[in-house]
Design a protein around this ligand. Structure first.
Ligand code: SF4
Length: 356
């Protein structure tokens, strides 16, 4: 069993290694260390969009992956499958792109996985070619991978297309590979799990369902009080309203946050519209995409870990120390308010009536 298998358990080689080691599901379900790590993978996917820190024991780390897929299957909720697949892909993507990891892996080349390895893994090597500073991708390969990526730049009309190939940057390739990993992880889920295994994992699955229920509570907020927003979202909203140019990840963060607290596309446009140079059409397109109205996916706002990695986590305060997601911050901030809070949408409505 190689360490690379534990680092990238979705690889065909890793799956083969698990198969050849003849581990049966019952022994995995009964192994406390494997079960704990598998549960952590799933819980952290819900909590902060990661799969947590790897176990130092490569055996536990590798075997926790198939067991995590079993847990996700038993919980059998679409949102959980999506979040789990995304978290596994985000971890692999981080390992692929993290400069620290690249340095570390120079001394452990057998653990290193490159973009080229992943292209071969997903049978994409024949349709993606290096081209100067970036790559060219066959349009038939590009379209399905880019279909549920967020952001205008993924639309084919915004890409240079020549001879049936789309030009992409190195970063774009990393993002498309992350999408390919996400699909590999989600492939075949939910699994058909034998009753005896389901019985052994009933308590663990119940805990995961409880975490999921808490998350759903967070999604039902539907109260807009900008003064109570987490510091990162206040800063991003401020930048939008001043008309400053925001990178895609920052615009995605604030827009998905506003959609998740119950704002409609029109309300988000109204809130942004303080800025006179504001692009309504683009915001409408992006917001509808995030809300899942013009895309196959409804997007959630990024976790604090992701916000930090993009440099969008700013002005942290004491409450930030107690949460791992901007939505959890906002939920607490609303709960902790001593006075009755006025929804921004009601204030706007009152102002309109006064003008009339
Ligand atoms: S810790 Fe989280 S909620 Fe607080 S500012 Fe950073 S990203 Fe926002």
């Amino acid at each position: 069993m190689e360490r690379q298998h534990a680092r990238y358990p979705f690889l065909d080689d890793a799956r083969r290694a698990v198969g050849e080691a003849n581990f049966d599901l019952q022994s995995l379900a009964d192994d406390e260390r494997v079960r704990e790590r598998a549960t952590e993978r799933v819980e952290r996917a819900l909590d902060d969009g990661t799969v947590g820190n790897p176990s130092r024991d490569a055996r536990v780390e590798l075997l926790s992956y198939p067991l995590a897929r079993v847990l996700v299957s038993l919980a059998d909720e679409h949102v959980l499958t999506r979040k789990y697949a995304r978290a596994e892909a985000a971890t692999a993507h981080e390992r692929l792109t993290d400069a620290e990891s690249r340095r570390e892996l120079k001394s452990a080349r057998t653990e290193r996985l490159t973009s080229e390895d992943l292209l071969a893994e997903f049978d994409l090597a024949g349709s993606v070619h290096a081209d100067g500073d970036g790559y060219r991708v066959a349009v038939g390969t590009y379209l399905p991978l880019a279909a549920d990526m967020w952001g205008d730049e993924w639309r084919l009309v915004n890409r240079a297309l020549a001879n049936g190939e789309v030009s992409i940057s190195n970063t774009d390739l990393d993002d498309l590979l992350r999408k390919a990993i996400e699909r590999r992880v989600a492939e075949g889920l939910p699994l058909d799990v034998p009753d005896t295994i389901a019985g052994a994992l009933v308590g663990t699955v119940e805990e995961i369902r409880e975490t999921l229920a808490d998350l759903d509570l967070t999604r039902d907020i539907d109260t807009v009080v900008p003064e109570r927003f987490p510091p990162c979202m206040k800063a991003l909203l401020d930048s939008v309203q001043k008309g400053e140019h925001l990178p895609h990840h920052s615009r995605f963060a604030i827009t998905s946050f506003l959609a998740s607290i119950g704002m409609s596309t029109d309300e988000i446009i109204d809130l942004y519209m303080v800025n006179p140079g504001f692009g309504e059409e683009m915001t409408r397109y992006q917001t509808d995409h995030i809300r899942g109205e013009t895309s196959p996916t409804e997007y959630s706002p990024p976790s604090c870990a992701t916000m930090q990695s993009y440099g969008d986590c700013v002005n942290m305060d004491d409450r930030c120390e107690t949460i791992s997601h901007p939505m959890a911050y906002y939920e607490k901030a609303i709960d902790d308010a001593d006075e009755d809070l006025t929804d921004w949408r009601d204030e706007e409505g009152d102002a309109e009536s006064e003008k009339a």
